[in-house]
Design a protein around this ligand. Structure first.
Ligand code: 6PG
Length: 242
């Protein structure tokens, strides 16, 4: 794993850097293969990045979009990560609907929908059960409790190792989430973290030792590249690593 830590002066510079990283990675991948597969993060931080991506002229027909986690709500719910990405990016460009793979949330059974998405991933990647898809890019955020995707502290989802997709638990609210093995199989994982409220959790995540079940973002050690893009508020007390 190649680890990079960049601390940007403010959120707008972080988003500009993330845009540069993501577009360069997509273009590099498309020089080698006919599709680039990217898993999106939810929450607020990545929203301006998706808005900025929508302003580019990337070859949308060669990009397939997935979600690394999803609240267990309908696609038109204000809480939906899918809704946010569609509104600020996917609906704004000529993005083929057949290249968009939202997490299903309407079976009334999160475990069943998790299994459905796992089957979808295996089909799209042309893999057999037991094999692990290698995403070209996985975007992640991090909560002030050091959760990432919907891998929350002290929950069962953190130790699921025989699945690609599992059910996360945020204070009793079910969510669908990539598992740690699926995230760690990726070619490139990019964390986007801003705000002073994330600083204490980041200190634990970057500490030489800390309980991974308390600070789940520590579990993310991808076989490919790991990028942490922080603003100065979040990255206080940390130093750049290139
Ligand atoms: C979600 C995200 C979640 C998010 C963090 C940080 O569904 O909410 O996937 O893991 O990345 O909670 O959220 P903010 O970027 O809004 O701080």
């Amino acid at each position: 794993m190649k680890k990079h830590l960049e601390i940007l002066a403010d959120k707008s510079l972080l988003i500009a850097r993330a845009l540069e990283l993501v577009t360069n990675k997509i273009e590099a991948k498309l020089n080698q293969q006919d599709k680039c597969r990217i898993a999106l993060a939810g929450g607020n931080t990545p929203k301006p990045l998706y808005e900025a991506i929508a302003q580019t002229s990337l070859p949308w027909s060669k990009i397939q979009v997935f979600w690394g986690d999803e609240r267990y709500v309908s696609p038109d719910d204000p809480q939906s990560n899918q809704k946010m990405a569609r509104e600020v990016w996917l609906n704004k460009v000529d993005f083929p609907e057949s290249n968009i793979y939202p997490m299903p949330t309407e079976a009334g059974n999160p475990s069943l929908d998790a299994q459905k998405y796992e089957t979808t991933l295996l089909e799209v990647f042309g893999l057999q059960p037991g094999e692990i898809p290698v995403f070209d890019i996985i975007l992640l955020g991090m909560g002030d409790d050091a959760h990432t995707a919907s891998l929350f502290p002290k929950t069962a989802a953190l130790t699921v190792s025989d699945r690609l997709i599992t059910v996360g638990d945020k204070d009793g609210q079910p969510r669908l989430t990539f598992t740690v093995p699926l995230i760690n199989a990726a070619d490139c994982v990019i964390f986007l973290v801003t705000g002073a409220n994330k600083q204490p959790a980041l200190s634990q995540v970057f500490a030489p030792a800390a309980d991974e079940l308390l600070y789940p973002a520590r579990l993310i050690q991808p076989q490919g590249e790991l990028w942490w893009l922080l603003d100065e508020e979040a990255g206080a007390n940390l130093k750049q690593e290139n």
